[in-house]
Write a protein that binds this ligand. Structure first.
Ligand code: HEM
Ligand code: HEM
Length: 488
């Protein structure tokens, strides 16, 4: 191999850009549907922009557009660095970029038109699903081929998480979307009744587990030690947590179907596994946070590190909350209420978005060969995002508990104390507050896009094309630790 061989960061930069763009689009839709819940007249009686039609656009845009592009970009970036090798099959990697963007556009256009399988987080119709499977398998092929050509014997832990994320999401996608197409616009799932519900929530829950958790943990395990400028607190602990996480998560999906037609024991299994899940979840959060031991001062000057630390705090909080919500008696209060929405967004805005933004700020200067254009811009983004997330989550917790308590309140004669509309009136101010939180978060995304744009423009102006990063020769020791780990 030539000493002058460089990393393939071209496709990484494209995913970086796409992630910022989908973040703005997905969160704009989130903001709009939040406004519709506070001011229902905003649907203007136009079918395509009613809450029900736009909601899947929000979830698809943020999870698959914003999160998916960030995951694929950071996966390609870190697999090369941890293996000291160039990305395998550059042409196929470019195909995964364009393929993924086409899938997002097709899904986001077809769903408001009513073309949907009506399965949450798996709405697009069958022909989009088939294309998605092809792109996903190609993504896996590029990743595993890159691992196979690594010049470092050890496979660094971030790659284990990315690998599990790729295999599990492919499996979930194919099994859950098996259906009988009757036309280009309509298909029927091959499952029915309680089995359909169980398969859907095996998928839905593990989409959280492997897309929104394992993938982002891969990102965390690569970028946190880099940004803390320290080795991981305990490398061995990260491997223990990996095996515990992936073996427990798969069994917890039935906590989404408490008090339904699903057999009672299946619901109890989901509850038990959800409680145990807290251990590997907190294990990873602790490992990430303790990696900053000795370099907490970096939080003063480095907004990317701030995003990462807060992401880990939210990850710990959201997983603790999830385990508690999986207890049947707690779920009887929280289910159907905005408490679930608070949990979802402390996970997605707190954990997923913050670790993504932190990692993008860490990766962009390296992938573009320039420091970020505006340090103040990153600081501003941090405060906009944090305050918006806190407003959102606190408003929805309050709304959720209010709803739960009002719905179960009874008079001495056994009748309900409140009607449904009473609960809606009670939480309206909280819906307005959530919308305002969303506006702050969305403005923050614009600040990031502006900052990335000028960083890239600066790179273009000064050197025509970003500096290619040479691949270092393989080193005698493994990756990691470049330094000895502190506690392993
Ligand atoms: C500007 C920021 C955001 C706003 C204003 C926002 C707003 C909303 C609203 C209004 C809903 C519907 C709630 C309901 O059905 O009652 C929702 C659902 C959802 N959002 Fe967001 N969101 C934002 C960011 C995000 C991000 C970044 C993610 C993921 C990475 C995300 C993931 C989800 C998911 C998974 C649901 C469905 C929750 C469920 O079915 O329980 N959101 N969001
Ligand atoms: C230990 C880890 C976790 C456990 C045990 C857990 C548990 C739960 C429970 C019990 C629910 C409510 C189900 C219902 O009543 O309908 C739920 C909903 C949800 N959680 Fe978690 N959670 C965990 C971590 C996370 C994380 C880190 C995220 C996001 C990044 C997340 C995203 C979601 C979403 C999107 C839903 C709503 C699904 C829907 O109804 O559409 N969870 N979770």
């Amino acid at each position: 191999m030539q000493a002058t061989e460089t990393y393939n960061d071209q496709v990484v930069r494209l995913f970086l850009l796409a992630s910022a763009v989908w973040g703005i689009i997905g969160m704009l839709v989130g903001m709009y549907i939040a406004a519709e819940l506070a001011w229902p007249a905003l649907n203007f009686d136009i079918p395509f922009i009613t809450f029900s039609k736009l909601r899947p656009d929000h979830t698809f845009g943020v999870i698959f557009g914003f999160g998916g592009s960030a995951l694929m970009g950071t996966c390609y970036y870190s697999a090369q660095r941890t293996g000291h090798t160039r990305l395998a099959w550059g042409g196929l990697a470019n195909f995964t970029f364009w393929g993924w963007q086409i899938i997002c556009v097709l899904a986001m256009v077809s769903m408001p038109l009513g073309l949907t399988k009506s399965k949450e987080y798996a709405e697009p119709e069958w022909w989009i699903d088939i294309f998605t499977a092809i792109v996903w398998v190609s993504f896996g092929a590029v990743f595993f081929a890159t691992l196979a050509r690594r010049r470092i014997r050890h496979i660094y832990v971030s790659n284990w998480y990315y690998g599990a994320f790729i295999i599990a999401v492919g499996l979930l996608h194919i099994v859950n979307n098996l259906c009988l197409p009757v036309s280009m616009t309509k298909s029927y799932p091959i499952y029915s009744g309680a089995v359909d519900a169980m398969v859907q929530w095996w998928y839905g829950h593990n989409a959280v587990a492997f897309f929104l958790t394992a993938g982002f943990l891969g990102m965390m395990y690569y970028f946190v030690p880099r940004q803390a400028k320290q080795p991981l607190w305990s490398y061995r602990f990260s491997i223990v947590n990996f095996w515990a996480l992936i073996s427990i998560y798969m069994w917890a999906g039935s906590h989404h179907l408490m008090y339904t037609a699903l057999p009672d024991w299946v619901q109890s299994v989901g509850m038990a596994f959800s409680l145990v899940l807290l251990m590997p979840s907190w294990g990873s959060a602790a490992n990430g946070l303790l990696t900053f031991n000795g370099s907490w001062h970096r939080l003063k000057e480095d907004p990317a590190a701030k995003f990462m630390v807060l992401a880990l705090v939210f990850y710990a909080a959201a997983t603790f909350e999830g385990s508690m919500m999986a207890i049947k008696t707690v779920n009887s209060l929280s289910h159907y209420t905005d408490w679930t929405i608070a949990h979802v967004h402390s996970g997605s805005l707190g954990w997923v978005a913050m670790i993504t933004i932190g990692s993008l700020y860490a990766m962009a200067p390296r992938a573009l060969g320039r420091p970020m254009y505006s340090h103040k811009g990153m600081e501003l983004h941090f405060w906009l995002h944090l305050s918006g997330t806190l407003i959102y989550v606190i408003a929805m917790w309050t709304a959720g508990v209010t709803e739960g308590m009002m719905w179960r309140a009874t008079n001495p004669d056994g009748g309900l104390t409140y009607s449904f509309i009473d609960s809606l009136i009670a939480i309206k101010p909280l819906y307005m507050a959530r919308w305002f939180g969303g506006v702050l978060i969305w403005l923050g995304m614009w600040v990031m896009a502006w900052n990335l744009w000028y960083t890239a423009a600066d790179a273009r102006k000064k050197i025509i094309s970003p500096i290619p990063v040479p691949i270092p020769e393989p080193v005698a020791h493994q990756m990691p630790p470049p330094l000895p780990t502190a506690a392993a």
